[in-house]
Design a protein around this ligand. Structure first.
Ligand SMILES: Nc1ncnc2c1ncn2[C@@H]1O[C@H](COP(=O)(O)OP(=O)(O)OP(=O)(O)O)[C@@H](O)[C@H]1O
Length: 610
C-alpha cells in the first residue's frame, strides 16, 4: 500500500488544529488522534512535524502497529487464560519432591523418552559413573582406553560416556500408551531457596509435577508404578547407601544418598555357614509382612537390633552390606565419630528413616559414650603429672601451677567430649525414640564390646550378638578360592590387560614384561627361587587353575597362616597385590606371614614386606 498517496489524497484542512491535522487525516481515522496521543505520548507533535516536513501522515502506520500489538496481546492473553483454565480445571497433578527417590526414577525414565531427545531446550547432565550400568559394561570403550602398554586411562574412559539429556525447567508434553501427559520441572519457591543459600548451599532444590488430562490422578499413579518397577528392575542388584546430610543442610531431609553400589553377595563374606544362616533367618523372619502384627499383639516394639563385634577387618561392615543386598534394603550409615553430629541430629535421623531399612551404627565404642571414662583418664593424667612434678622439685612448682595444670587438663577433656556430642542417653533415646518404632534393622558394630554400657546392649536394643573372629583356616581357604575362581576370571577377561595394571608397582603389573624380567623382579621377593612365579604368571595367562588344583593351593596357602592371628582383611590385602598369581601368593605367604606377625608382636604398623 502506498501510504504517501493516501496521505496526499487526504490533505489537512486549513483550519484544523495541529493535533487534529495528523490524527484525522486519511486512514489515520482508524484510531482517532486523541486515542493515539494517549497511547504514544508526544504523538501529536511528532506526527505534525513529519506531516509538515515530509507531507506524510504516520497515523496509519501507528494505528496498524497498535492494532497488531493489541491483537497479539489479546491472543496471548486468551492463550494463557485458556491454558490456566485447562490446567486448573481439566487436569490432575502429582508432585514429586527432589528428596524422594521417585524424583531420580522419573528423571531417568523421562530422559529415555523420545521427547527428551527431540525437545529444543534440554539439560545435559554428567552420567554418574559409580554404580551406573555403564560402568564395566562397555568392553569396547575399555579397550580403547587401554592404550600405552595396557594402562587404563580413567579420564579417557569416562569422557566416552555420553551425558544424560533430560528436560530442563518448564513444561513439556509427552504421550504414553495413547495418553497425553505433561512433565513440569521447577525450582522450589524463593523462601526455601533463600534458606538454602543462607546455609551456603546452591539453590538447586527442585520439584517435578506430572500432569494428565482428566479428573483423576489414576493414569499418573499407574505411570509412576511402571517407572518404579522399571527402576527396581534396573537397580535390584544394587544397594543404596545413605549417610547423614552435611551439617549445613541437616535442617530438612536428613539423609542423602551417597552411592549406589552392586549388592555384595553373602557368599563373598567368609563366615561360619551356620552363623550366617542364623542371622539371615532371623532378619528374614523379622521382615516378614506378618511380623508387625505378631509384635503388636504381644505388645513388643517392632524393632530388631544386632551387635557385630570383633577385631578390625573381620567382616562386620561387609556382612551388613550383604544383608542389605539380600533383603533389598537401603543401608543408612551413621558414624558416631562424626564430630558435627549432635543428639538432635541423631534424633532427626532416626525420625526420618524409611519404614524398612538397615541402620548401620559404626564403631559405637569410640563415640562420646566413653565420656566419663575419658575425663577420668584426663583427671588421672593431670594428677600423675602433678605428682611427678611435685617429686621433682617441690619448691619450684607452686600450688597455683598445679591447679592450672589440672584445670587445663579438665578443659581439654571437656573440649574432647564436646566435639563428640552424643551421650549414652542421647543414643538410647534415638534408638528407643517414638519414631524408630517400626521396622528398622539396627546393626551396631564395635571392636571393643567390653567397653559398651550394659544399657546399650540389653535385650530389646540388641537382640543378637555376633562375634567376628580373626581368620580361621576355613575362611582363609574361602577367600583364596574366591580370589582366583572363574567368576573373577570372567572379569579379568573382560578388562584384559588393563586390569593387570591396577597393581602397578608390583611386578605383575607390567603386562609386557618377558618371563626372564619377571623372574628377576619376583626373585627378589621369593625365598625359594623365582621359577614358581613364572609358572604362576603363565597359569593366569593360559586360564585360571582348575578348581581341584585351586582348592589344593588354597589349603596349602591356609596351612601356612596360623589360625586367628590375622584378619580376613589382611589376607585379602595380601592376595589383592597378587591377584593374578595364585602360585606366587602360595610361594610368598610364609615370608609375608612372618613379617606381619613380627610387626604385630612389636606393635608397629610397618610391615617389612612388599
Ligand atoms: N569375613 C570376611 N570375608 C570376606 N572378606 C572380608 C571378611 N572380613 C573382612 N573382609 C574384607 O576386608 C575388608 C574390610 O572388611 P570390613 O570393613 O567388613 O571389616 P570390619 O570388621 O567392618 O572392620 P572395622 O571394624 O575396621 O570396621 C573388606 O574389603 C572385606 O571384603
Amino acid at each position: 500500500m502506498d501510504l504517501r498517496k493516501l496521505s496526499v489524497r487526504s490533505p489537512v484542512p486549513a483550519n484544523a488544529t495541529m493535533s487534529d491535522a495528523g490524527a484525522d487525516a486519511g486512514l489515520s481515522n482508524l484510531i482517532p488522534g486523541t486515542v493515539l496521543e494517549a497511547f504514544v505520548p508526544g504523538y501529536g507533535l511528532i506526527s505534525r512535524f513529519i506531516l509538515h516536513a515530509f507531507g506524510f501522515d504516520i497515523g496509519i502506520v501507528v494505528s496498524l502497529g497498535l492494532v497488531v500489538f493489541a491483537t497479539a496481546t489479546a491472543i496471548r492473553y486468551l492463550k494463557q487464560w485458556g491454558k490456566s483454565i485447562f490446567f486448573n480445571y481439566l487436569t490432575s497433578d502429582v508432585h514429586i519432591e527432589q528428596e524422594d527417590d521417585l524424583f531420580d526414577n522419573v528423571l531417568e525414565w523421562i530422559s529415555q523418552q523420545q521427547m527428551a531427545q527431540t525437545a529444543r531446550t534440554i539439560k545435559a547432565a554428567t552420567r554418574p559413573v559409580e554404580g551406573s550400568t555403564s560402568e564395566g559394561g562397555n568392553d569396547q570403550k575399555h579397550q580403547q582406553s587401554s592404550g600405552n602398554g595396557g594402562i587404563f586411562h580413567y579420564g579417557q574412559w569416562e569422557a566416552q560416556i555420553p551425558p544424560r539429556y533430560e528436560p530442563h525447567f518448564g513444561r513439556v508434553r509427552f504421550w504414553h500408551q495413547g495418553r497425553l501427559f505433561f512433565f513440569t520441572r521447577y525450582q522450589k519457591d524463593n523462601q526455601r531457596r533463600s534458606l538454602h543459600f543462607s546455609y551456603g548451599k546452591a539453590a538447586d532444590e527442585e520439584g517435578i509435577t506430572l500432569t494428565c488430562v482428566g479428573f483423576s490422578t489414576k493414569p499418573i499413579r499407574r505411570l509412576l508404578e511402571l517407572i518404579k518397577m522399571k527402576s527396581f528392575e534396573k537397580q535390584k542388584s544394587m544397594t543404596k547407601i545413605r549417610r547423614p546430610s552435611g551439617k549445613e543442610s541437616r535442617y530438612g531431609g536428613a539423609w542423602y544418598r551417597i552411592s549406589t553400589r552392586p549388592s555384595r553377595p553373602l557368599e563373598t563374606v567368609a563366615l561360619d555357614k551356620a552363623q550366617k544362616e542364623r542371622i539371615v533367618a532371623d532378619v528374614n523372619e523379622y521382615l516378614h509382612p506378618a511380623s508387625p502384627r505378631w509384635y503388636a499383639t504381644r505388645g513388643i516394639p517392632y524393632r530388631r537390633g544386632y551387635l557385630f563385634h570383633g577385631p578390625p577387618g573381620t567382616g562386620k561392615t561387609s556382612l551388613s552390606f550383604a544383608l542389605a543386598g539380600i533383603f533389598g534394603l537401603d543401608i543408612h550409615v551413621i558414624s558416631l565419630l562424626d564430630s558435627t553430629l549432635t543428639e538432635s541430629d541423631l534424633n532427626r535421623l532416626f525420625n526420618s528413616l524409611p519404614r524398612r531399612c538397615i541402620v548401620l551404627l559404626e564403631d559405637i565404642d569410640t563415640a562420646g559414650l566413653l565420656r566419663d571414662e575419658k575425663s577420668d583418664e584426663a583427671n588421672a593424667d593431670a594428677d600423675k603429672k602433678s605428682k611427678d612434678s611435685t617429686k621433682k622439685d617441690d619448691d619450684a612448682i607452686s600450688a597455683k601451677d598445679l591447679a592450672n595444670a589440672l584445670k587445663s587438663a579438665q578443659r581439654k577433656a571437656k573440649e574432647d567430649d564436646a566435639k563428640k556430642g552424643i551421650s549414652l542417653s542421647g543414643l538410647l533415646n534415638a534408638i528407643d525414640g517414638v519414631a524408630s518404632h517400626e521396622g528398622r534393622v539396627l546393626v551396631m558394630t564395635t571392636n571393643h564390646p567390653e567397653k559398651l554400657d550394659d544399657a546399650l546392649i540389653r535385650p530389646g536394643r540388641v537382640d543378637m550378638q555376633v562375634e567376628f573372629k580373626l581368620a580361621s583356616h576355613a575362611q582363609i581357604r574361602e577367600i583364596f578360592v574366591r580370589m582366583y575362581s572363574r567368576e573373577e576370571d570372567n572379569d579379568a577377561e573382560k578388562y584384559g590387560a588393563a586390569t593387570a595394571t591396577a597393581t602397578l608397582g608390583t611386578a605383575n603389573g607390567h603386562g609386557n614384561a618377558n618371563s626372564s624380567e619377571l623372574k628377576q623382579r619376583h626373585g627378589k621377593h621369593l625365598p625359594n627361587g623365582s621359577i614358581d612365579i613364572d609358572i604362576a604368571t603363565s597359569a593366569f595367562q593360559d586360564g585360571f587353575p582348575p578348581r581341584e588344583e585351586l582348592e589344593q593351593m588354597a589349603a596349602e596357602f591356609a596351612s601356612q597362616i596360623p589360625e586367628e592371628q590375622l584378619s580376613p582383611a589382611d589376607v585379602q590385602g595380601f592376595l589383592l597385590t597378587r591377584k593374578k598369581e595364585p602360585r606366587r601368593a602360595v610361594a610368598e605367604v610364609a615370608a609375608w606371614r612372618d613379617a606381619k606377625l613380627e610387626a604385630k608382636e612389636k606393635g608397629t604398623k610397618v610391615v617389612r614386606f612388599s
